[in-house]
Design a protein around this ligand. Structure first.
Ligand code: MG
Length: 245
């Protein structure tokens, strides 16, 4: 059956980008580059803004077990670095941490050390879908800025022009149906005009509850899907299956 939906909404990690790129490349890059970055940009306005957010976050975090405080005085820089490493070890996803990570990634992408991973089927299929009049959006828990860098500095060059826009958890959590309604409202379409593709069952279910179509991607390195729970969705190995009629 030809694709009915006009909007293709893509999850990123585990759907069009390998989980390993995020887990084994992007996050370790921040940990490895952090000290140099902090030294180099300490007096920059952007870093000072990031630091302000980190301090505000630290004030909220002081009751969490193992909390690493940000001090003032001689050990200030070191304490900032240790606080960030602690947050990352807990896989925290607050705005302060995400913003700093985004800025460190930007430097890595701009210097050519990082190149956004995309599965090889992604660009050919998206090109075809765009030629069919489909509009491509992303929805990921990575910030919209981090998403844009991934596409701007992808392993295939700048492919950011293929995407109409990027959404992140400012729309709400990915396992909440309201988020998909928020996205539909934002782009002035009905949920039933949206096809959402993801590797996570709970996200596919939430999109479906909102009235979107959804399908599951199974990529190498993804967590296995529960066969029973996932059987109500179309399961695809590559995006090519979208074009099969
Ligand atoms: Mg995913």
């Amino acid at each position: 059956m030809p694709l009915r939906e006009t909007v293709i909404l893509l999850d990123i990690e585990g759907t069009i980008t390998s989980i390993s790129f995020v887990k084994d490349t992007l996050f370790p890059y921040v940990a490895a580059a952090l000290k140099n970055y902090v030294d180099k940009y300490w007096n920059d306005e952007t870093f000072q803004q990031d630091l302000e957010l980190l301090r505000a976050q630290a004030a909220l975090d002081s009751n969490i077990e193992g909390f690493v405080p940000i001090c003032t005085g001689n050990n200030e820089k070191e304490s900032v670095i240790n606080n960030v490493l602690w947050q990352m070890s807990k896989d925290r996803k607050n705005t302060a941490l995400k913003q700093l990570q985004g800025h460190i990634w930007r430097e890595g992408y701009e210097s050519g050390l990082l190149k956004g991973h995309l599965y090889e089927d992604v660009l050919p299929v998206l090109t075809k879908l765009i030629s069919m009049g489909k509009q491509i959006y992303t929805y990921s828990s990575g910030s919209t800025t981090a998403q844009e860098y991934l596409f701007q500095y992808s392993m295939y060059g700048d492919v950011s022009h293929m995407f109409v826009n990027y959404f992140d958890t400012k729309m709400g959590p990915k396992s909440s149906e309201t988020s998909y309604k928020n996205i539909a409202n934002r782009i002035f379409v009905n949920c039933h005009d949206i096809l959402f593709l993801t590797d996570v069952l709970a996200e596919a279910e939430a999109a479906k509850r909102a009235g979107c179509s959804s399908a599951l991607l199974v990529r190498p390195g993804n967590a296995p899907l529960d066969p029973k729970q996932s059987s109500k969705f179309k399961i695809m190995k590559t995006l090519d299956e979208l074009l099969e009629v």
